[in-house]
Design a protein around this ligand. Structure first.
Ligand code: 5AD
Ligand code: SF4
Length: 465
């Protein structure tokens, strides 16, 4: 399998492994680390790789941020508030460094990858020891080594999005659920979105590498995998290839398979058919619609219209009647009129999503939409999103209430944050259920009778056979 890896990547990994050994042998190196992962699941998965590399370098995870010798922010820049959150955190670290001068501060991920951002950060926040981007994550050992040897800040952001890198160490967060990258980057250039600029062009992993990873995870006892990609439907050029991968993964016998995210324009007939046929593919699909107006969709460069989207929804439901759909919606795209917003409301009413992530449009420098005139006042946008949230809340409530009295198989994830005598986990449709139980159930499938519905979650009781 390793023969198929690009030679460059393999040599590079050997070099980084050598450097990790060098750092491990250094006397004055950080002993502990704390990673703050912001943004999407891609970043969460990257953070597992970062943790793997830091541990190879001899560090251990610190349970408390303030006590760590190295703090790393894995940042997001998809909306302005994600950036502000990251910067707010970093400024706070300046204070911490005053009382703990040996602290190493690293900032990586999507934000420094933005054009001009790394240089700006370097000037504004000279106390940051290492700034790196998304394309050169695998060179983290080399950069840290330089920081430790030269004791000067290092800023390294690569503009070229290189090859898929395999074989990096990792520390997986959960023993029963795993994220599996299948592709990186995005070629869609939706006009509002910064992702293609910070995550680069689409690159797919070889199916053999994915299958090998999934097999290893299965043998380690993983019960659920979530395949990750900015647009999994264009895996290796699109068409049936993603569906083929799912068929091959389904045969491995991992109980639950999920994936995200899908672009409606690329959803193939084969994938829809797979929903009807694959035992382990869970009946849930996150299908971001973004807007319900054809004109707005056109200006967003989404390459589908409302009719096409509704047709996909209908065919999915025919193939898998119990499928639950979730979505992302942007409110207040430049020039969005009240009528156009009402079309989004009508679509939300028609589709009946289990839930929806709703965002107020946030201009991102360098994207096409950032140059479009936008004269809708912020207060109007905020009123619109409130209406949308209220509408979706009503739909969610109806769907959840319709499940009361039924039975669900829940994969238990954790002890409830609110009540330590309860545990929480997800149904096949990815709806959260809480029920009385203790931590010995974590990672297990439990049959639960649904007794009541909350705002976004269900409550139940264990069915004792
Ligand atoms: N403004 C608001 N929301 C955005 N998203 C992406 N870019 C922006 C932006 N500039 C939303 C989209 C996407 C989700 C991950 O974030 O809805 O699907
Ligand atoms: Fe994920 Fe996009 Fe945010 Fe990067 S910018 S962390 S790819 S959501």
């Amino acid at each position: 399998m390793r023969r198929e890896l690009p030679q460059v990547a393999e040599n590079e990994i050997l070099r980084q492994q050598e450097i990790m050994r060098l750092v491990r042998a250094m006397e004055a190196r950080p002993q502990s680390y704390f990673i703050v992962s912001m943004g999407c699941q891609m970043n969460e998965r990257d953070s597992e790789t970062i943790a793997g590399m830091l541990e190879e370098m001899g560090m251990v995870a610190s349970p408390v941020r303030e006590e760590a010798d190295l703090i790393l922010y894995n940042t997001c820049c998809v909306r302005e508030n994600a950036e502000n959150k990251a910067l707010g955190n970093v400024i706070w670290l300046k204070e911490l460094k005053k009382v703990k001068p040996e602290l190493l501060i690293c900032v990586g991920g999507c934000m420094p990858q933005e054009k001009g951002m790394a240089e700006r950060m370097k000037q504004l926040y000279p106390f940051i020891d290492l700034i790196y981007g998304t394309h050169n994550l695998y060179r983290l050992p080399e950069y840290l080594h330089r920081v430790l040897k030269e004791r000067t800040p290092v800023v390294e952001v690569e503009q070229i999005d290189g090859e898929v890198v395999e074989g990096l160490p990792e520390v997986r967060k959960s023993p029963f659920h795993a994220f599996v990258n299948i592709m990186y980057g995005c070629d869609n250039f939706c006009t509002y979105c910064i992702v293609p600029y910070v995550r680069g062009r689409e690159r797919s992993r070889a199916p053999e590498a994915i299958l090998e990873e999934a097999l290893m995870l299965r043998d380690q006892g993983v019960q659920e995998i979530t395949l990750l990609g900015q647009n999994v439907n264009s895996y290796r050029g699109g068409g049936a290839e993603f569906a083929n991968l799912l068929y091959r993964l389904d045969r491995l016998g991992i109980p639950r398979i999920r994936f995200m995210t899908s672009h409606p324009k690329d959803l193939s007939d084969e994938l829809i058919a797979a929903y009807g046929e694959l035992r382990h593919l869970m009946p849930h699909l996150h299908l971001p619609v973004q807007a319900g107006s054809d004109e707005i969709l056109r200006r967003m460069n989404r390459h589908y219209d409302k009719a096409r989207y509704m047709d996909v929804v209908e065919r999915l439901r025919k193939a898998r009647p119990d499928i639950g759909l979730t979505t992302d919606i942007i409110v207040g795209f430049p020039g969005e009129t009240l009528e156009q917003f009402e079309e989004t409301m009508a679509l939300v009413e028609a589709v009946r999503y289990d839930s929806a992530y709703t965002f107020i449009y946030s201009p991102r420098t360098g994207t096409a939409a950032a140059k479009m005139p936008d004269d809708t006042p912020a207060s109007v946008k905020s009123e619109r999103i409130q209406r949308l949230i209220a509408l979706q809340q009503g739909v969610t409530s109806e769907i959840l209430n319709g499940m009361v009295g039924g039975r669900q198989t829940v994969l238990v994830e954790s002890v409830s944050a609110r009540d330590e005598r309860s545990v929480g986990g997800r149904t096949p449709r990815a709806i959260m259920v809480n029920f009385p139980g203790d931590e010995s159930l974590i990672g297990q499938f439990v049959d639960v009778e649904i007794t009541s519905a909350g705002r976004n979650t269900l409550r139940g009781k264990r069915i004792e056979e």
